[in-house]
Design a protein around this ligand. Structure first.
Ligand SMILES: Cc1ncc(COP(=O)(O)O)c(C=O)c1O
Length: 397
């Protein structure tokens, strides 16, 4: 977002503020499509940003939905079920049974464990329906399951009339800049898929792969995205696997369209350091790879337009701190700025992914726990009921 557009916006809106630039979002998705092989499908990881869903859904092939809260948002927005990939390390069994019983089928379910498989299979069998599933291979953490479990499922259920086992899902992390690492991962996946065919005669139709494409967040990042995407596309072309390839992407799709605006509300000089206090904070801003506020994201300063600009002012280093009462609430340390003043607004760029939904209680739109007080007489008093957060993450008109 450019400075002029931001200045105009600030005539109507106050800070802190998230802005998502829809033309930029469209440009970004088009760029990704043009940079990747034409047959590749794009699957948007909803957790990155739920507020742009109505725009994104028209431009991508699938939506990866990771929690009941994210599903509730997609349902409220009446997004098409056939694009849904219902994913997540914890799938609530009651909800799964209900969804499978419904008339409109969900596009694909991912399976992350033996117990998830049992729930899905039983619900499909009870309803005499066939559901489409992807089996999530673990990358060595709590997500997905082992090769041996997947092999067992393929061996026993590949011919089941209640399951269309579409193939494998795999995601091993975010902000991955190494094409070599991606090459290794794709080779391993391809070998696994081949071994399934050799051993069980099972031909995977799909590979849904989260490449964790990186975003350049900091000044001085030397990452060349065009080269990276060209090399990655080369890897996909080299694959012997000829089934569908879907790429699950969150930040790479959503980051660039977002700006976060926060105003300087105080300024001080403590023990020889400059501190600017802003009305936002670290709970509203997340730059993956930021280390103790040492790195400098792309930031623009919007000054009061009526103020005389002091061209003589020299650059000073500022620590930009939020309004949370914790010493950790530092957005950026030692940021060189000229003539920063109370009232100026800082525009943080590339904040379209994992900022508005990242505040940990709001992440994935999972519910807030109930809060109860235990009284002397043993009585339990609810002072906050179990509270849904998905309404906070759902665009309202
Ligand atoms: C299963 C899965 N797929 C895709 C993504 C999106 O990752 P990224 O934002 O790095 O593209 C995530 C992020 O956590 C994920 O868990």
């Amino acid at each position: 977002m450019n400075v002029m557009a931001a200045q105009m916006l600030l005539q109507q809106k106050s800070t802190p503020l998230y802005v998502y630039d829809l033309p930029e979002l469209r440009r970004r998705i088009q760029y990704l499509r043009e940079s990747l092989p034409a047959h590749v499908k794009l699957c948007y990881a909803v957790k990155a940003n739920t507020f742009i869903l109505e725009e994104v859904v028209r431009l991508v092939d699938r939506l990866e939905i990771c929690s009941p809260g994210e599903l509730a948002i997609c349902q409220r927005l009446q997004l098409p079920y056939e694009k849904f990939v219902l994913s997540g390390v914890y799938k609530e069994p009651g909800q799964i049974r209900q969804l499978i019983a419904e008339e409109t089928p969900i596009g694909i379910y991912t399976v992350e464990s033996v117990s998830q498989f049992d729930t899905l299979y039983r619900a499909a069998a009870e309803n005499q329906k066939q559901i489409s599933v992807l089996l999530r291979l673990t990358s060595g953490n709590q997500f997905g399951f082992d090769e041996s479990e997947i092999e067992r499922i393929i061996r026993d259920y590949a011919g089941s009339s209640f399951l269309d086992i579409r193939g494998i899902q795999y995601f091993s992390g975010t902000q991955k800049t190494s094409v070599k690492r991606l090459k290794r991962e794709l080779e391993t996946l391809e070998q696994f898929i081949e071994s399934l065919e050799e051993r069980f005669g099972y031909q995977a139709k799909e590979l849904e792969f989260g490449p964790g494409f990186p975003v350049s967040y900091f000044q001085g990042d030397s990452f060349d995205e065009a080269v990276f995407l060209r090399e990655f596309s080369g890897l996909l072309h080299e694959l012997k696997f000829k089934g569908t390839i879907a790429l699950e992407l969150g930040r790479s799709i959503a980051a660039s369209c977002g700006s976060y605006l926060t105003q300087v509300v105080d300024a001080k000089h403590n023990h020889a350091e400059n501190y600017a206090i802003v009305d936002g904070g670290i709970h509203q801003l997340a730059y993956y790879g930021q280390f103790m506020a040492m790195k400098h994201p792309y930031i623009q300063v919007l000054s009061d337009q009526n103020r005389d600009s002091d061209v003589q002012a020299s650059e000073e280093e500022w620590n930009i701190c939020g309004s949370l009462c914790t010493v950790n609430d530092i957005l950026v340390k030692k940021l060189p700025l000229r003539n920063l003043q109370i009232g100026d607004v800082l525009l943080f760029q590339n904040t379209g992914a994992y900022c508005a939904t990242e505040g940990i209680s709001l992440f994935l739109s999972r519910d807030l726990p109930e809060v109860v007080l235990l009284q002397d007489d043993g009585q339990i008093v609810t002072v906050r009921p179990h509270t849904q957060t998905n309404p906070f993450n759902c665009p309202q008109k």
